[in-house]
Design a protein around this ligand. Sequence first.
Ligand code: AMP
Length: 187
Amino acid sequence: MGKMTICVYGAASNKIDSVFITETEKLGEEIARRHHQIIYGGGASGVMGACARGAAREGGTVIGVVPNFMDEFEIINNNCTEIIRTETMSERKDVMEDHADAFIIAPGGIGTFDEFFQILTLAELGRKNAPIVIYNTDGYYDDMIVFMKKCTEKGFIRERALSLFRVCTTAEEAIDAIEEMKAQNNL
Ligand code: AMP
């Protein structure tokens, strides 16, 4: 399996249960151990910071993509291997999407939902064909997945859209799924 750039989305908030921090540190470690690199929002806090810390612990490469205005109210992770600067949030999402070979959605809030639904929309429309995995620590996304199934039953979401991502609970399972999807679909 060749080296991939994996985009990890996740919460900036620190006001969350520690299980989300420790499990996402494990995710970062596993990505680095398998010699893939990470691209992410560049934050030092919450689930984002946890992923970057885990990867750094295992000597991994971490690229942060940060809009210039963010410095005013957010602690940027200075331990990133590289920081790419952008002007706007949408430009930043574009940079992350363009660089990434795969996407992992770790537990997060509105920013993370936005990123997940954007990449799922692009995948559904065939604009970006890459493995997408939901990292479902402690069943965090269970209700969202139930809701999406209901939307499918009611005809608002196509069946196919739900097959464009996998739901995983451990770091090993998440990276296995990405490597498998990549190999199977020649993504
Ligand atoms: P949220 O899930 O609302 O905490 O937003 C986190 C997601 O949105 C991350 O994956 C980032 O790419 C982006 N983001 C939103 N707010 C920030 C922030 N303050 N610092 C860094 N990235 C952020």
